[in-house]
Design a protein around this ligand. Structure first.
Ligand SMILES: *[C@@H]1O[C@H](CO)[C@@H](O)[C@H](O)[C@H]1NC(C)=O
Ligand SMILES: *[C@@H]1O[C@H](CO)[C@@H](O)[C@H](O)[C@H]1NC(C)=O
Ligand SMILES: *[C@@H]1O[C@H](CO)[C@@H](O)[C@H](O)[C@H]1NC(C)=O
Ligand SMILES: *[C@@H]1O[C@H](CO)[C@@H](O)[C@H](O)[C@H]1NC(C)=O
Ligand SMILES: *[C@@H]1O[C@H](CO)[C@@H](O)[C@H](O)[C@H]1NC(C)=O
Ligand SMILES: *[C@@H]1O[C@H](CO)[C@@H](O)[C@H](O)[C@H]1NC(C)=O
Ligand SMILES: *[C@@H]1O[C@H](CO)[C@@H](O)[C@H](O)[C@H]1NC(C)=O
Ligand SMILES: *[C@@H]1O[C@H](CO)[C@@H](O)[C@H](O)[C@H]1NC(C)=O
Length: 515
């Protein structure tokens, strides 16, 4: 009998999913918020809880140090709230773009930092981003060859020069040492297919008019086909490592090589030159290869360039439209132009999509590069993500998945911040507030979600709260709020359901409930 009970308990316990979350090991940073410290024996994680009928789940991260603090409440019918400063009315019938997902970049720098950790910590880092107990990312961006976040400037097939047939195309030691192992670890940690997107910063210098990795340049006309083949060869080499490429962009930040104002790898393309290359070379080559189904994204530059690298390009080379699936948008000059520029561009081509392909904090020359514990940076991130998503952007890919404590390595000294900072000396890594800001969206808004409209009404003198709402394939409604002000009560309504939420000062809140 006793034996039976024991065996029954053992038997039963096999089927009980233990859903205990591991809380943040918070380290207070003087003058800032906290970072969550992960080491060989400890790393915070959390699962998303399925909301029950008639109730909602709510997750809060805050400047005061909460990280995905879980709570729940009951949906009411017509909750009266005289003290509510803002009311959000969710309109599930007004649907917008489909979400493709979220992710980060496997640069050489990310791989080097990741490899500098012991294997159990490495595992924590990957799971923190890509597993069901982490942010549930489903995107990776990988440089084709080197970027500034490498320890040297390089490309594939640098020798022999003028090798139009790319007879000596091999991957770099960095691919084998860092990027491929990191991507393979990501693929095994993720429970969903990971979309891997390749981007070239600069081809080998012999293809370029200035024979250099940086500075003002163009692709030499005689290598237009070769540069298209350069992308095919990359996909072949990665396929040989069992890494399937989901898409490519048509060169990182083409304006850098036109203006020549940045100190790192680039290749200049005017919109019309790029259009010609896509329409006559890249497009036909890709669509006529074994990689014909990959996505081709053009643009891959700042928001203000979207009309150029899309509308002007397409106006000059309408055939390019047959090959382009979407346009990549970077984050760095968002302040220069209103986000409406995104809607205007995409409204003309509703079958194409916009994707946020790069973002980081600490990029201005005057910025502190790594600012541990910065809640301001989490705030900038969540506001930028919500704004982009509210202007038809279908997903958001962060820059380096991790950097060292100086924001590198970077051969061009273009150091920046990252959502995860690795301290190899201490064998630990720090999850920055930005990491949680990204997770408030990425974990709750999976691929296949639809953005829906939210209308906000607010009391006189009350500030607006950045927000976005989604219908998910999990059959739930998700609302994300970025409260940059003080403590306040807000009301959320969706047809007959309503709830009153207490938002604490400087917090990011995700609410999820059943449809
Ligand atoms: C790892 O982190 C945990 C939780 O903060 C701590 O208790 C432990 O001492 C740390 N281990 C090492 C080796 O630093
Ligand atoms: C944090 O979670 C606890 C436990 O669910 C809850 O009692 C508390 O209200 C939450 N705090 C905030 C600010 O949401
Ligand atoms: C092929 O590339 C390697 C570097 O990857 C270089 O060492 C070698 O000299 C190149 N071969 C030729 C024939 O140029
Ligand atoms: C490149 O390949 C083509 C087709 O195989 C060949 O005709 C041509 O001679 C090659 N060019 C060079 C420079 O090797
Ligand atoms: C790729 O996957 C196949 C089948 O799972 C396996 O046989 C092969 O060894 C893998 N190759 C590499 C380079 O990992
Ligand atoms: C596509 O490839 C086939 C077979 O290699 C070739 O006959 C055809 O001309 C190619 N089409 C284009 C558009 O390049
Ligand atoms: C990294 O770890 C070392 C050793 O524990 C420590 O002295 C240093 O302050 C840490 N760096 C940061 C930025 O936390
Ligand atoms: C989604 O939720 C609605 C309302 O709760 C329910 O009627 C419907 O069957 C659900 N659909 C799926 C696919 O679970």
């Amino acid at each position: 009998m006793i034996y039976n009970i024991i065996s029954l308990c053992i038997f039963v316990s096999c089927f009980v999913t233990i859903k205990t979350d591991t809380p943040c090991a918070a380290r207070q940073i003087s003058g800032q918020s906290v970072v969550c410290v992960c080491n060989a024996t400890y790393c915070d994680d959390f699962t998303r809880d399925e909301p029950e009928q008639g109730s909602y789940k709510i997750y809060t991260s805050s400047e005061s140090g909460l990280r995905f603090n879980k709570s729940e409440g009951t949906l009411g019918e017509s909750t009266l709230c005289l003290l509510c400063s803002n009311t959000f009315e969710i309109q599930p019938d007004k649907t917008h773009q489909e979400i493709q997902g979220f992710g980060g970049a496997v640069t050489d720098a990310a791989g080097i930092n990741w490899k500098s950790l012991d294997s159990t910590i490495r595992d924590y880092l990957i799971k923190s981003y890509y597993s069901n107990k982490g942010l549930e990312y489903n995107f990776v961006r990988v440089p084709i060859g080197g970027s500034d976040f490498s320890t040297r400037a390089y490309a594939y097939n640098e020798l022999p020069e003028n090798d139009v047939n790319l007879s000596n195309y091999t991957l770099s030691p960095e691919d084998y040492e860092y990027k491929i192992p990191m991507i393979q670890a990501i693929n095994s940690a993720s429970s969903v297919p990971v979309n891997i997107m390749g981007t070239t910063w600069s081809p080998p210098v012999w293809m370029k008019t200035n024979n250099a990795y940086t500075g003002v340049s163009r692709l030499k006309a005689e290598y237009y086909q070769t540069y298209a083949d350069y992308h095919i060869k990359f996909m072949e080499q990665y396929a040989a490592e069992n890494i399937t490429i989901w898409g490519i962009t048509t060169t990182n930040e083409p304006l850098n090589g036109v203006l020549g104002i940045i100190p790192f790898n680039c290749l200049g393309w005017t919109a019309s030159e790029l259009g010609s290359w896509i329409a006559k070379y890249l497009g036909p080559t890709v669509r006529n290869s074994t990689f014909k189904d990959i996505k081709i994204l053009t643009g891959d530059d700042q928001r203000y360039s979207v009309p150029l690298y899309f509308n002007v390009l397409v106006a000059k080379y309408p055939e390019a439209l047959d090959y382009i699936d979407g346009v990549g948008v970077h984050y760095y000059a968002n302040v220069i132009v209103p986000a409406e520029i995104l809607d205007i561009s995409i409204d003309q081509y509703p079958e194409k999509f916009l994707l946020g392909t790069e973002a980081c904090a600490g990029f201005l020359p005057t910025d502190t590069k790594v600012l541990l514990g910065s809640w301001d940076r989490a705030n900038s991130y969540i506001k930028a993500i919500l704004q982009d998503l509210n202007h038809e952007v279908s997903g958001w890919i962060d820059w380096n998945l991790c950097l060292d404590t100086t924001g590198g390595p970077n051969w061009a000294s273009n150091f920046v911040d990252s959502a995860v900072i690795v301290n190899a000396t201490a064998q630990e890594f720090y999850k920055q507030p930005m990491y949680y800001a990204l997770g408030h969206v990425s974990k709750f808004v999976p691929k296949g979600s639809l953005r829906i409209e939210v209308s906000e009404s607010k009391g006189l003198l009350q500030s607006s709260i950045p927000n976005a709402a989604f219908l998910t394939p999990r059959n739930t409604t998700v609302l994300v709020l970025a409260n940059t002000g003080g403590n306040r009560k807000v009301k959320v309504k969706r047809s007959d359901d309503s709830m009153v939420l207490d938002l604490i000062a400087n917090s990011i809140v995700t609410v999820e409930f059943n449809n």
